[in-house]
Design a protein around this ligand. Structure first.
Ligand code: IMP
Ligand code: MG
Length: 176
C-alpha cells in the first residue's frame, strides 16, 4: 500500500508554473552580475529546481545536497544529518539553496549554518513552500513560492513515505 490517506488537489500545475515564472524573474534580476550557484536539496526539491533552473537566463552552476531529518513521516525530530555534500567550492560564491518545504526550519537551519561556515559571498534560500505553523527556529525564506499555514502536502516532488512525488500538481494529504 502506498502512502495511505486521501488526496485532495491544492495547487494546480498552472499556478505552480505562474509562481515559478515570477520567482525566476526575481532571481534573474537579483543575480544578474553574480556568480550564482544553485544548491538543490534532495530529494523533495528535484522537480521544483528543474523547473526553476530552466527559467533562469543566467549561467548558474548547479549542485546537490541530500540531508536527512530524522523523525516520522510527517514531522522532523530535529536531528539532521548530511547524507550527500556538494561537490563544488562554496567559498566566495553566491549561493541560492533550493528546498521543497521549510516546516520546523530545523533542516534549513542546519544546512544554512553548514554552508555559512564555508564563507560564501552570499547565501539565500528559495522554497516551494514556506509552511509556518510548526516553525521552531527562525529561518527566513528569501524566495518563497507559496506560503502555507498548515497541513501536510504531497506531489510535485514532495512525498509521504517516499510516494506521491510524481504528480504535476500539489495535493493535501489527509491521514485516514
Ligand atoms: P523541517 O521540519 O523544516 O526540518 O522540514 C524537513 C523536511 O520535511 C522538509 O524538507 C520536507 O522534505 C519535509 N516536509 C515537511 N512538511 C512536509 C509536507 O507537508 N509534505 C512533505 N514533506 C514535508
Ligand atoms: Mg521529504
Amino acid at each position: 500500500m502506498s502512502g495511505a490517506g486521501e488526496l485532495s488537489p491544492l495547487i494546480g500545475a498552472d499556478e505552480i508554473a505562474r509562481r515559478i515564472d515570477l520567482l525566476a524573474e526575481q532571481v534573474n534580476t537579483d543575480y544578474a552580475d553574480k556568480d550564482l550557484l544553485l544548491i538543490c536539496v534532495l530529494k523533495g526539491a528535484f522537480i521544483f529546481c528543474a523547473d526553476l533552473v530552466r527559467r533562469i537566463r543566467l549561467d548558474p552552476e548547479i549542485d546537490f545536497v541530500r540531508i536527512k531529518s530524522y523523525g516520522n513521516n510527517d514531522a522532523s525530530s530535529g536531528k539532521v544529518e548530511m547524507l550527500k555534500d556538494v561537490e563544488c567550492r562554496v567559498q566566495g560564491r553566491d549561493i541560492l539553496v533550493v528546498e521543497d518545504i521549510v516546516d520546523s526550519g530545523l533542516s534549513m537551519a542546519f544546512l544554512l549554518r553548514e554552508l555559512a561556515g564555508r564563507d560564501p559571498n552570499s547565501l539565500r534560500l528559495a522554497a516551494l513552500i514556506d509552511k509556518r505553523e510548526r516553525r521552531q527556529t527562525a529561518v527566513h525564506v528569501d524566495y518563497p513560492c507559496f506560503i502555507l499555514d498548515a497541513g501536510f502536502i504531497v506531489g510535485y516532488g514532495l512525498d509521504y513515505a517516499e510516494r506521491h512525488r510524481n504528480t504535476a500538481g500539489i495535493f493535501s494529504l489527509k491521514s485516514g
